[in-house]
Design a binder for this molecule. Sequence first.
Ligand code: VGL
Ligand code: ZN
Length: 209
Amino acid sequence: MSKRALLLIDLQVDFVEGGALAVPNGSEVIEVANRLIPCFDLVVATLDFHPADHKSFASQNRGVGVYGEFELEGLPQTAWPDHCIAGSTGAEFVSGLDVEGIDYRIYKGTDRRIDSYSGFYDNGHRKGTGLTELLRAQAVREVVILGLATDYCVLYTALDSVAEGFLTVVVTDGCRGVGLRPTDIPEAWARMERAGVRLAKSDEFSRVS
Ligand code: VGL
Ligand code: ZN
């Protein structure tokens, strides 16, 4: 039987209020995640997991301020505050998340030379994380995505999921965005829809039937 997987994107301390790269109202999605976890055959969580000297950090680029733009390995790159450093509290799952319900963890952004927004591939599509192989091995046909942040890791994970051939749904009320520019979040939703992602609300999955 083909299965449906829930993909939880970067529900980590540094991406919620008080964290190093806090997404506005990020903690509001924890309740949605916990409500949906029991509704799925398979639950996979991605973790942004950087070495302390990761090149996406503004601190590693002289003359580039936080949220400034520069070029990294031939790709446009936003300079982020130091965040989700492997082994630090900021990289841990956010408290209150039902971690017992998570079957697999996928670590990304571990190579200091390249950023990785998508849970499937680094930003240059040079290396996979193993997520496609994991989902195929589990006979997953449909991927339902929620998490942080709408305009970065959720967006690129959803686009790659479609490209990898999975039926792809994003739970809109289960996501929050960074919104460096006011148009970033609405544009992310539009890009996902244009790519063939279905946008859904969480009550569709958690409704008792
Ligand atoms: C993310 C920026 C940098 C995310 C990760 O999880 O959306 N954004 N690293
Ligand atoms: Zn990151």
